[in-house]
Design a binder for this molecule. Structure first.
Ligand SMILES: [Zn+2]
Length: 302
């Protein structure tokens, strides 16, 4: 858990000011998946001591473990312990006075998929209060956990994150010691990755119409994550939605979030993967590899 946490911290440090409150729509939020690559990577990135070494947590994550959809899949105690370990790292990495609640399913997913996650909802133009009010942006969507923090109360009684982990995958390593063998995928790493998405490491680009556009809510405004994206020196939010410029940008391999290079492969826009991850080539095997797309065996990254 290194610099990528800055992305989330930057959002979670944003404070508040007052606007009228409008509910979000029920449009789907992009589900970000993490797939098994079947490759082996001998990476061991221990938790940042500045995070893991904190005496007390500064956020509270409540995990509701839900067994598969009426099937026999069960969260085992070791799987729960690994999840709680990962959640515990996030509790020290971010700041929020509002409980962050995760519904976590252990359930069959598509072959090759290790897990997926999304914020349960996102909100714009809600009422906020407090300091740093100039950092709040009207007409941007904030994922629910972040919106709750800014609103300083629960905007919704629903859980804040929905995460699924593939009960058909027999190659998870559930230890919390980083000693993941080269035949397995480290579960702690996968959970850390998915929670990051649910906390706001997510965009709402959609290419279903052929041209890329923001797609969410009543006005299809962008998520706040998008505000920090640029293609070269051009802010993404200065481009039209939909537009040819935006359509080309998301496959430019030249997208940055502040100074972090973002995954934007030129072959095609990959829904659920492009833009919502750090660049695989740049960061694989580094301290920032956690939020690269795709999981490799024997990778421990916290
Ligand atoms: Zn991901």
């Amino acid at each position: 858990m290194k610099n990528y946490t800055l992305l989330i911290l930057a959002l979670f440090l944003i404070k508040t000011y007052s606007y009228g409150q409008y509910p979000s729509s029920t449009n789907d939020i992009t589900v970000l998946t993490i797939n098994a690559t079947n490759q082996i990577n001998n990476t061991f990135i221990p938790p940042n001591p500045q995070v893991a070494g904190k005496v007390s947590q500064e956020a509270t994550i409540i995990v509701n473990f839900i067994n598969g959809n009426g099937t026999s899949e069960q969260w085992t105690n070791e799987a729960k312990a690994a999840f709680e370990y990962a959640a515990g790292l996030w509790e020290k990495a971010i700041y929020s006075d509002e409980e962050i609640r995760i519904d976590a399913y252990f359930t069959p997913l598509a072959t090759g998929q290790l897990g997926n996650a999304r914020a349960s909802d996102a909100w714009e133009n809600f009422s906020v209060s407090g300091v740093n009010t100039d950092l709040f942006e009207n007409d941007y969507y904030y994922v629910q956990a972040l919106a709750n923090k800014l609103h300083q109360a629960d905007i919704s009684s629903d859980p804040d994150l929905i995460a699924n982990f593939n009960s058909n995958n027999t190659n998870f390593y559930f230890g919390t010691d980083g000693a993941c063998p080269n035949t397995k995928y480290d579960f702690v790493t996968v959970v850390l990755h998915e929670i990051a998405h649910g906390l706001g490491f997510t965009s709402n680009f959609d290419n279903q119409s052929g041209a890329v556009e923001y797609r969410f809510g009543a006005n299809d405004n962008p998520f706040i994550y998008t505000k920090f994206l640029r293609e070269g020196s051009t802010n993404i939010t200065d481009m039209g939605s939909p537009s040819t410029q935006l359509t080309n940008a998301v496959i430019s391999d030249n997208i940055f979030w502040e100074n972090y290079k973002i995954f934007a492969p030129t072959a095609s826009y990959i829904q659920g993967s492009s833009i919502g991850h750090l660049d695989a080539v740049t960061y694989q095997g580094t301290a920032n590899s956690l939020m690269t797309p795709g999981a490799k065996k024997r990778t421990w990254c916290s």
